[in-house]
Design a protein around this ligand. Structure first.
Ligand SMILES: [Fe+2]
Ligand SMILES: [Fe+2]
Length: 207
């Protein structure tokens, strides 16, 4: 929909649900909040995994800016390599979606991935997502504008080694047309299970 005249309601996910027909949050009653919270929980459970996958799918036909493969195929290669290495399903999903915000937010896509996935994954994986961009610079030895030593400010951090390993084995090595990439469908049930887990509170920082 590109817009609507006033008065027209959108549909509910479940026709048996109720509308809370208020014009502002100020006037919603406790009973109505209970309705919204109950329906919201079911709405999130039904849609979140599919919406997150949608971010990835939106880049499936994207052109590359120079690498042999686009960012979508890069993500599939990352997840495939992690799967072949026997990593935990949760971490495979983190790998699959680590660059899902790349095209919308190239400079900050790691933080966005951390915000999206962090509530459902380990603290180590969330930290890795937020910092993987800077750790990647370590491998860009001949890039004139990047500092390979930028990651050193976090040397000794509990998640330094995992982040360095993710980038070394699963990120900087999955840029070639020769790499194996399972279809997205192979990972979809994993993504559904990932988001089905209750979210935990998340504090995001690059410090
Ligand atoms: Fe990235
Ligand atoms: Fe990547």
């Amino acid at each position: 929909m590109d817009g609507a005249a006033g008065g027209e309601r959108d549909c509910l996910l479940d026709p048996a649900w109720s509308f809370v027909a208020r014009a502002d949050l100020d006037s919603i009653t406790a009973e109505e909040w209970a309705v919204l919270d109950r329906q919201r929980a079911r709405f999130v459970a039904a849609t979140q995994a599919e919406r997150a996958l949608g971010w990835l799918r939106a880049m499936a036909a994207s052109p590359s800016f120079g690498y042999e493969i686009n960012i979508f195929r890069h993500c599939l290669q990352t997840a495939t390599r992690m799967l072949r290495d026997g990593l935990a399903e949760e971490t495979v999903v983190v790998g699959l979606l680590h660059d899902c915000a790349f095209e919308a937010a190239p400079a900050t896509h790691g933080l966005i991935a951390a915000a999206l996935l962090g509530p459902h994954c380990s603290e180590a994986d969330g930290w890795m997502l937020a910092h993987h961009q800077i750790f990647q610079d370590f491998h860009c030895h001949h890039h004139p504008g990047l500092d390979p030593g930028a990651r050193e400010r976090w040397r000794g951090h509990p998640h330094f080694e995992w982040t360095a390993r993710f980038v070394a084995r699963y990120d900087q090595t999955t840029i070639s047309a020769a790499g194996e990439a399972l279809p997205l469908a192979a990972f979809e049930p994993m993504v559904a299970r990932f988001f089905a887990r209750p979210p935990r509170p998340l504090a995001l920082a690059l410090a």
